[in-house]
Design a protein around this ligand. Structure first.
Ligand code: SF4
Length: 361
């Protein structure tokens, strides 16, 4: 199977490259910035990443500063971006890079760092170290499936697409500019070869695209249907005081949302929580809790979560062991998105039924 010429894509890229806050216009890119932007862009949109990237760099301007920071500070800076294992791995990898005196400059060396998978390693190697390798993400897989008119479904066909893509590495134009080629592929997938209606009329590779020639490009790639995500249920307790502080708890360091702050609650489980049952998990006994109407919903990768919320107020918070009090107005910035949805439910302000957790309910 013949691949289209890299030179055609590079010449298109020279005219149409996206201006992105994390992209350098000229010269070799800084591996720290490339790495940070690629990690942020996993599961997060380019528009959302832009300001957060700048803010993160203000706080942790280089890999040494990130390595020296406490993990809690990194987790808080990541709040709202989701997929918090990324932040924990970022911090662990920064420490490994600082300990070895700099970033490895090979795909294999980069892959050995915490949280760096095949895509991110290839992207950093190509963009920051000019290694001729094609970084495969969902956009690039879509472009390859269309170029090769691949009708076998994803995800099973991923290895074949990756193998086909590495064929570009034999093209001298790609070998001369591996970083630009990687970014040109990203831009082609993001701006022309888009999921629903590819703009083939504007594409520099149209004449070489089997999907376009056969008139099947828009229907590719074929995907195996996903199974519905299971639903889990949570019950949380928003305890505030007269000074405007709210009671928060830090989650265990590993696992889902590991190390993040949360609004205390009952474990997330498959069956719904009856209010009386949930109250056994309230952070303080003997309070008059108001069950707010409605639920907050949040989607995780592997399950959907539906949460009910109880609220109570005390004159002055005295946090029990393992918990802390923070100003409610500032808490949102330190909480993950799932917890912010509980704050939004609370702010919606409707009255609910009152119940107590004096351990007799
Ligand atoms: S011709 Fe169309 S389908 Fe083929 S690579 Fe270009 S934009 Fe994608």
């Amino acid at each position: 199977m013949s691949l289209p010429p890299a030179a055609a894509l590079l010449s298109w890229y020279d005219r149409h490259a996206r201006r992105l806050p994390f992209r350098v216009a000229e010269g070799r890119a800084d591996p720290y910035r490339v790495w940070l932007s690629e990690v942020m862009l996993q599961q997060t949109t380019v528009a959302a990443v832009g300001p957060r990237f700048a803010r993160f760099l203000d706080r942790f301007p280089d890999v040494g500063a990130l390595a020296a920071a406490p993990e809690a500070a990194v987790m808080e800076e990541w709040a709202g971006l989701g997929y918090y294992a990324r932040a924990r791995n970022l911090h662990a990898a920064a420490r490994a890079v600082a300990a070895r005196g700099g970033f490895p400059d090979t795909v294999e060396g980069l892959r050995a760092l915490p949280g760096i998978g095949p895509y991110t390693a290839a992207a950093i190697a190509a963009i920051a170290f000019a290694v001729p390798v094609v970084a495969m993400d969902g956009n690039v897989e879509r472009v390859l499936a269309r170029l090769t008119a691949e009708t076998r479904p994803l995800p099973g066909v991923k290895p074949r697409l990756a193998e086909a893509a590495q064929g570009f590495c034999a093209d001298p134009a790609m070998r001369a500019r591996p970083g630009d080629f990687a970014q040109a592929l990203f831009d082609l997938g993001a701006t022309l070869c888009t999921p629903r209606s590819p703009a083939c009329a504007l594409c520099p590779w149209r004449e070489h695209c089997a999907g376009w020639t056969q008139g099947i490009a828009a229907g590719l790639p074929v995907k195996t249907p996903k199974r519905a995500r299971p639903l889990r249920h949570g019950a949380h307790f928003l305890l505030t005081d007269a000074t405007g502080a709210v009671l928060l708890r830090r989650r265990p360091p590993s696992g889902l949302l590991g190390g993040m702050l949360e609004i205390p609650g009952a474990p997330w489980r498959e069956s719904a929580w009856a209010p009386a049952e949930a109250l056994a998990h309230a952070p303080l006994p003997g309070l008059r809790w108001q069950r707010l109407p409605g639920v907050a919903r949040h989607g995780f990768t592997h399950f959907e979560l539906s949460m009910i919320l109880f609220a109570a107020t005390v004159p002055r918070l005295a946090p029990p062991a393992g918990m802390e009090a923070r100003p409610l107005a500032a808490a949102a910035a330190a909480l993950p998105s799932v917890m912010r949805k509980l704050l939004a439910l609370h702010e919606s302000g409707a009255d609910g039924d009152c119940v107590t957790n004096d351990r007799e309910v």
